[in-house]
Design a protein around this ligand. Structure first.
Ligand SMILES: C[S@@+](CC[C@H](N)C(=O)[O-])C[C@H]1O[C@@H](n2cnc3c(N)ncnc32)[C@H](O)[C@@H]1O
Length: 277
């Protein structure tokens, strides 16, 4: 990449990160309290599929209010949660103190440049954040870098359709709701991103749940004009089947389906990296 192109990319990234900080500063309290985010059964299933050793040193990337970090801390040796935004980190630290969890800590850091040496962690986990990243390959590459050879990288995220027009329709109404949403990847892209980071897929699970549109818009405090546009897109999707999010009305209330994928991958020795696809 030329110096000019890389300078332009850098400026775009800074702009995007400002959007992330704005959104998650405003949303911090409502996001942390959201039943879907707190859902302990879903977090326990993430821990079960990750299967961390008890003596694991764990990194939670883009940890937000720390629900995942603190659950891992209950079953592992040590957890560090990093996030770009201070407001959710303050909530994470407050819950840590309230729950008297001594083996977790939180710090401000960018997934783009994780401030730890190569191979520092046994397990690296990242939930619901890849769709906010402006460069998922680079960030998953960073997760792989700080994981030890043979350690586990576990990613849980929203996924979109394998059909690009349908995926783009879905990502468009997500972006209207939250300007820091970049793009939920298709499952095949997530798998390819993992492979190109020198990771080998070990376990996989999928899940879906009905998302109530009005609560979703309230959590993000989306301004009325953008909320109206997102609602109109979802309504049209309900009638015309445009995104794969299969909107529906239940007792008059509008929902659409979140499709989630969880992938657990093992970091390969250097000799086996770089041979994917
Ligand atoms: C939807 S929240 C998920 C929080 C948490 N992982 C959870 O599942 O509860 C997304 C989080 O990603 C963080 N984030 C987005 N881009 C980031 C980056 N480049 N580096 C670190 N954190 C980032 C945001 O600040 C926000 O807290």
């Amino acid at each position: 990449m030329s110096a000019r192109a890389s300078g332009a990319r850098g400026r775009l990234q800074v702009k995007h990160k400002d959007l992330v900080r704005d959104e998650f500063t405003r949303q911090a309290a409502d996001f942390a309290a959201s039943p879907q985010i707190r859902d302990r059964d879903r977090i326990d299933r993430l821990i079960a599929i990750t299967d961390p050793p008890r003596d694991a040193r764990v990194l939670d990337v883009a940890c937000g209010p720390g629900h995942v970090s603190l659950a891992f801390a209950e079953v592992c040796r040590e957890v560090v949660g990093i996030d770009l935004t201070e407001a959710p980190l303050r909530i994470a630290e407050q819950s840590r103190q309230e729950r008297n969890i001594a083996n977790a800590r939180f710090q401000l850091a960018d997934a783009d440049r994780i401030p730890f040496p190569d191979g520092h962690f046994d397990v690296v986990v990242c939930r619901f954040a890849v769709h906010h990243f402006d460069d998922p390959r680079r960030m998953v590459g960073e997760m792989a870098r700080v994981c030890r050879v043979g350690g586990t990288v576990a990613i849980q995220d929203l996924i979109s359709s394998e059909h690009s027009d349908r995926a783009e329709y879905y990502n468009r109404f997500e972006r209207l709701r939250d300007t820091s949403h970049t793009r939920a990847l298709a499952l095949s892209e997530l798998a390819q991103t993992i492979a190109s980071a020198g990771l080998e897929l070990m376990r996989f699970s999928s899940d879906q749940f009905d998302n109530p549109v009005e609560r979703w818009l309230k959590t993000s405090q989306t301004p009325p004009d953008r909320a109206a546009e997102a609602r109109a897109m979802i309504d049209r999707d309900l009638k015309e089947d445009l995104s794969g999010a299969t909107p529906k009305r239940i007792n008059g209330e509008l929902f659409f389906t979140f499709h989630l994928a969880t992938v657990c991958a093992r970091k390969l020795p250097r000799r086996d990296r770089g041979t994917s696809g």
